[in-house]
Design a protein around this ligand. Structure first.
Ligand code: PLP
Length: 420
């Protein structure tokens, strides 16, 4: 098949016309999918089954760190498949130990538990926090403080920790023991802390994203996070970061907390860790790690194949200098997006984000939604993803070049020209 930059047959004025004729019926309809079928990828590019080419600024939602079909990842995983694919955690696993030691020698934490996704990593963190609360703070019903507008995943406890009721409706009763403060709001945090702890210890942990992702690409405020760190340290409360989206170099530093100049006691990662292969992890320092034999487990967690994927991503980040490159390309992306904001001042408000985690913010009063932009961008051969109703999120692979970023910006300008 010739791979051409052909228009999408279903592109109308505001996006797609009609729904997908090929909508699969055997799948539960939990995803409102766009009617395109992507069948091939290389670097930052993907192709659909009609041969139309797209620049992928979604990257499996901040997941394909090295882009699609990366040569080194392909080679390493082919070798790994020939060697061994899966082993139970009943036995010692070499690749898991190597990955854990890379993670601890490159972070503030001292031990690692492996699982398969972001939500699972947060479930592990929630269990760790509860056990810590019982064991180290003597709390009967430990509470975890979380931020409004946060996102921690779709499993029941992670969903209960998520500060967005729209994801929770219909799944009540939620898991007990989560209380919410406003993100980046010191008064709100201090008030909640005081109201809960005035008669003795109640709070086991604070669980928070350093940059809110699904909540609209909102970077954490340094002063606020320093205050949270101080309160946690003073009261022996665990500070746990959800780095599922921000981790593994997405922001130009390995971990989002590095931008905030504080260290958490534990943090969770997934998405970019395996470069497209499912793997998640909970990392903790020695004070936070209260897990003992039998406390937590996962059949697939940290299997040799998944760990080899993550080890390869880690190695390539280092050997290709992808952190430095991400800072540079993040600046280029931010500059281009700001130009678009200047061009459409009635509809666009600002740009938020760090490194290659950027959000183009649409004004509340604009009739445009992030979904309109996303749909229209597909017609221009560009994949972007919304982060809430009014933020267009750009999280391309870390290997994107400056030339590709300039292409991305010109495709986005074409998108707005069609919309406005
Ligand atoms: C910050 C954060 N935490 C947790 C999750 C859930 O991860 P997963 O979809 O791998 O369960 C996500 C997914 O978007 C996320 O952005």
């Amino acid at each position: 098949m010739e791979l051409v930059d052909a228009p999408h047959s279903k592109c109308g004025t505001f996006g797609f016309v009609g729904s997908s004729p090929t909508a699969p019926t055997a799948l539960m309809q939990t995803y409102n999918r766009f009617p395109i079928r992507l069948t091939k990828g290389e670097g930052v590019w993907v192709w659909d089954d009609n041969g139309k080419k797209y620049l992928d600024a979604v990257a499996g939602i901040a997941t394909c760190t090295l882009g699609h079909s990366d040569k080194q990842l392909r080679k390493a995983l082919t070798r790994q498949l020939k060697k061994i694919q899966h082993l139970s955690n009943l036995y010692e696993i070499e690749e898991q130990e190597s990955l854990a030691s890379w993670l601890v020698s490159n972070s503030c934490c001292e031990s690692v538990f492996f699982c398969n996704s972001g939500a699972e990593a947060n479930e592990a963190a929630i269990k760790l926090a509860r056990k810590y609360g019982h064991k180290k703070r003597n709390i009967e019903s430990p509470i975890i403080l979380c931020a409004k507008q946060s996102f921690h995943g779709r499993t029941l406890a992670a969903l209960s920790a998520t500060g967005q009721p729209k994801y929770q409706e219909g799944f009540e009763p939620l898991v007990d023991g989560f209380k919410f403060f406003s993100f980046n709001d010191s008064d709100s945090f201090l008030e909640l802390h005081k109201s809960l702890e005035s008669n003795g210890p109640k709070i086991a942990a604070v669980l928070i994203e350093p940059i809110q992702g699904e909540g609209g690409i909102k970077p954490g405020d340094k002063t606020f996070f320093k205050l949270v760190r101080e309160v946690c340290t003073k009261n022996k409360i665990l500070l746990i970061f959800d780095e599922v989206q921000t981790g593994m170099g997405r922001t130009g530093k390995l971990w989002g907390y590095e931008h905030l100049e504080i260290e958490p006691d534990a943090f969770t990662i997934a998405k970019g860790l395996g470069g497209g292969h499912p793997i998640g992890a909970l990392l903790a320092n020695n004070n936070a790690n209260v897990f003992e034999f039998g406390d937590h487990a996962s059949t697939f967690g940290g299997n040799p194949f998944a760990c080899k994927a993550a080890l390869t991503v880690a190695h390539e980040i280092e050997s290709r200098g992808l952190l430095k490159q991400t800072i540079e390309s993040g600046k280029e992306l931010n500059k281009g997006l700001l130009k678009i904001v200047k061009r459409y001042p009635n509809d666009l408000e600002t740009v938020r984000g760090i490194g290659l985690m950027q959000g183009l913010v649409i004004k509340e009063e604009s009739i445009l939604s992030a979904k309109d932009v996303t749909e229209k961008a597909i017609c221009q051969g560009l994949l972007v993803v919304s982060a809430g109703p009014k933020v267009v999120r750009l999280v391309p692979p870390l290997v994107i070049t400056k030339g590709e970023i300039r292409l991305l910006i010109s495709k986005l300008i074409q998108t707005f020209e069609k919309l406005i």
